[in-house]
Design a protein around this ligand. Structure first.
Ligand code: BG6
Length: 476
């Protein structure tokens, strides 16, 4: 491989999301969010995809977001650990319902504002740049119950009021923003991603694409407002990345892979180019979707993003016949199991070259700076007899992916930074488990809420520290 020289100003860090880390789900005036009503266990998936309606908490269920890893109270010591690793960027999200407990208020909850100001000031103390996602898998439940969430156009106003409050309150503390985390997951896990559930007789596709239109408008408007509040603000879109390989060179398989990719890139095409892609019309026609687009919408969409951020965990594989083998769910999307790569304990393909491919494809398509804002390996970690976690498998995963990113940079792509997912162990978005661990820091907590919450540095902690210290030159 070529020399691992990352450009000057390239940012290194880690990521988390409010609902997977903060806990304190009803403290500080916070309202209930979608993440708070999604339980651990077998009900989780049907609720996440909107097949089962869940508006209230149930007494006999365990909700991992309620306490999570208690970042809400422990943020100072957790950020100190990130600083010790040498982070120059820390990605987190703001819990919308901490600022707007119901979602339809016109002014934010001062306690919520004060909390995030304290978090971002703590980052500043260590010269860590926050990268902040406005909406990462949590919508205030009041908006879901009262308005039907993103199926309703009013959401654009609620979201932009929230976004404006953030840009103003955190001006000078935050300059990198993402509007919607993995926006394409609206199609795959509509409730957890966007607060959507479906009645039995509804055209689900109609609801999803109309909601997508509302989010795309809201994202464009938020981008406009961010730039108005401070010209230095940089706003990115965020794609759940990892392209589809065709199962075989059979033309129908190649076409199937392209269709799957387009389903996801549809969102980014709009956010970067400011118009709907040509292929969208046929998708709408075939799915019986008729979008309500109001006057002025087309103009608003022209407020395009400054950079393209994406997550990359695994590649995927598609055939014209997706039922041909027992297909896996890879980051919420179906995939056939490729025989050419290894898979994690959760069946996610481990494919560093797929990262280089994704980066090249995204840059060829958009010519915007890229930012890899999530990459990591969910794995079982065990404390050894010395109380240590020797997670060489995680180190191997990150090393290979950082090398692949270096190759993408050598291919000529401007990349703003590398952000590992779950720099500290946190709740898994898909399964609600704690045992699907991503962190460089272990958190003593199990899948049922037991544990001391003690933090322990893993072997990968020291490895990542060296990677950052040497700006990616030392990966061994
Ligand atoms: C992405 C999300 O889907 O992948 C994160 O942005 C999520 O919220 C991460 O945690 C890893 O997925 P999981 O399901 O293993 O937690």
């Amino acid at each position: 491989m070529s020399e691992t020289i990352f450009p000057q100003g390239f940012l290194w860090g880690g990521a988390m999301a409010a609902n997977q880390a903060e806990g304190a789900y009803s403290e500080g005036g916070k309202g209930l969010s979608t993440a708070d009503v999604i339980p651990y266990g077998e009900k989780r998936y049907p609720i996440k995809i909107g097949r089962e309606k869940r508006f209230q908490l149930q007494r006999d269920e365990y909700y991992p977001s309620h306490d999570a890893i208690d970042f809400y109270h422990q943020y100072k010591s957790d950020i100190a650990l990130m600083a010790e690793m040498g982070f120059s960027v820390f990605r987190t999200s703001i819990a919308w319902s901490r600022l707007f407990p119901r979602g339809d208020e016109t002014t934010p909850n001062p306690e919520g504002i004060a909390y995030y100001q304290a978090v971002f000031n703590e980052c500043k103390k260590y010269h860590i740049e926050p990268l902040v996602t406005l909406c990462h898998f949590d919508v205030p439940m009041h908006l879901v119950i009262e308005y039907g969430s993103w199926r309703e156009r009013k959401m654009i106003d609620f979201f932009t009021t929230y976004a404006k409050a953030c840009f103003e309150a955190f001006d000078g503390l935050v300059k990198y923003w993402l509007t919607f985390n993995e926006i394409n997951l609206l199609l795959h896990t509509p409730f957890s991603s966007s607060g959507l559930w479906f009645e039995a007789d509804e055209n689900i596709e109609q609801v999803k694409y109309q909601a997508a239109h509302h989010q795309l408008i809201a994202s464009a408007l938020a981008t406009k407002i961010a730039h108005e509040v401070n010209a230095k603000n940089q706003v990115g879109c965020m794609l759940a990345g990892g392209g589809y390989y065709p199962w075989s060179p059979k033309p129908a398989d190649v076409w199937a892979a392209m269709e799957k990719d387009r389903e996801n890139l549809f969102f980014i095409d709009v956010q970067v180019r400011g118009i709907y892609p040509a292929y969208a019309q046929r998708i709408f026609r075939e799915k019986g979707v008729s979008l309500e687009i109001v006057e002025g919408d087309e103009q608003l969409l022209k407020n395009t993003v400054d950079f393209v951020s994406f997550s990359y965990y695994a590649s995927r594989c598609a055939a014209s016949d997706m039922e041909r083998d027992e297909n896996q769910s890879v980051n919420a999307e179906k995939s056939l199991t490729s025989p050419y790569i290894q898979h994690s304990d959760w069946g996610w393909g481990i494919d560093p070259l797929g990262l280089r491919l994704t980066a090249n494809m995204l840059y060829d398509r958009y010519q915007k700076p890229l930012f890899l804002v999530e990459n990591g390996l969910g794995a079982y970690d065990k404390l050894d007899e010395n109380g240590e976690i020797i997670d060489d498998y995680r180190i191997d995963y990150h090393r290979a992916h950082i090398q692949a990113l270096a190759e993408a940079i050598a291919d000529g792509i401007p990349v703003m930074g590398y952000i590992s997912w779950g720099c500290i162990d946190l709740v898994s978005a898909s399964t609600g488990e704690m045992s699907k661990r991503y962190g460089f820091v272990y958190v003593d907590k199990d899948d049922h809420g037991n544990g001391s919450l003690a933090r322990i540095r893993k072997k990968s902690f020291w490895w990542y520290q060296k990677v950052i210290q040497t700006h990616g030159r030392e990966l061994e």
